[in-house]
Design a protein around this ligand. Structure first.
Ligand SMILES: N[C@@H](CCC(=O)N[C@@H](CS)C(=O)NCC(=O)O)C(=O)O
Length: 209
């Protein structure tokens, strides 16, 4: 499947993965045409010989172009798509841009590693709560607290307009309940989730469930 001839931007991803939704939502919002290739993580789709030849890291999302270029890492793909399109999802002010990057790095190190991981274990692997590392709940709640503090003061993660930081952070925050997190403890985050879902034109995850 991954070796088939491609004629335009192709996004490989698993629809259950927030990381994979980030470049998809970005492309949708910016009107960038692409083909979507579903890769089933739970069925080992990222570990096949074919897929590993495209991304030796064995992970989705992966973006691939007909000229042979390929790019893994959700936040790098979003950044490339948005900058190529000249989108204001990336602030033109260099300090604001750096602030956005700061949140993107934080998302990968301090947010996704707790909230996405606990959600995957609880919701997709059906791991009982008492067999899930308790540090994940503590770390995830701490991350939500950091966001709550920011969103008490600003409507968006970086100042007055939506940026890639909002897209990156909403990917797993909107489904945090599937990981056992209670977003009602973080009311500014809860309102921001609805605001960001509306801006991205995607359904409210909690209601959709
Ligand atoms: N930092 C990477 C993380 C990618 C990642 O963890 N992908 C997971 C799905 S969310 C995956 O492909 N897992 C399959 C595997 O490890 O076999 C990104 O943001 O793209």
């Amino acid at each position: 499947m991954p070796h088939r001839e491609i004629t335009r931007l192709t996004l490989y991803g698993d629809s259950i993965s927030g990381n994979c939704m980030k470049p998809k939502w970005t492309a949708d919002l910016l009107g960038i045409p692409y083909d979507w290739v579903e890769v089933d993580i739970l069925q080992g789709g990222t570990q096949t010989e074919d897929f590993l030849s495209l991304n030796p890291a064995g992970q989705v999302p992966l973006a691939r172009w007909p000229d042979g270029r390929a790019l893994p890492q959700s936040n790098a793909i979003m950044l490339y798509l948005a900058e190529e399109a000249g989108s204001d999802l990336v602030p033109s002010d260099t300090f604001r841009r750096a602030q956005m990057m700061s949140w993107l790095f934080w998302e990968q190190y301090s947010h996704e590693t707790a909230i996405a991981v606990r959600r995957f274990q609880k919701h997709y692997l059906n791991t009982p709560d008492d067999q899930i590392d308790p540090q994940l709940m503590a770390k995830g709640r701490r991350a939500l607290g950091v966001m709550e503090l920011q969103l008490t003061y600003t409507d968006w993660i970086v100042g007055e307009a939506m940026t890639l930081a909002d897209i990156a952070l909403v990917a797993y925050t909107r489904v945090a309940h599937e990981g056992g997190f209670d977003l009602s403890e973080f009311p500014s985050v809860e309102r921001w989730v609805s605001r960001t879902e509306a801006a991205l034109n995607i359904p409210h995850a909690k209601e959709a469930a």
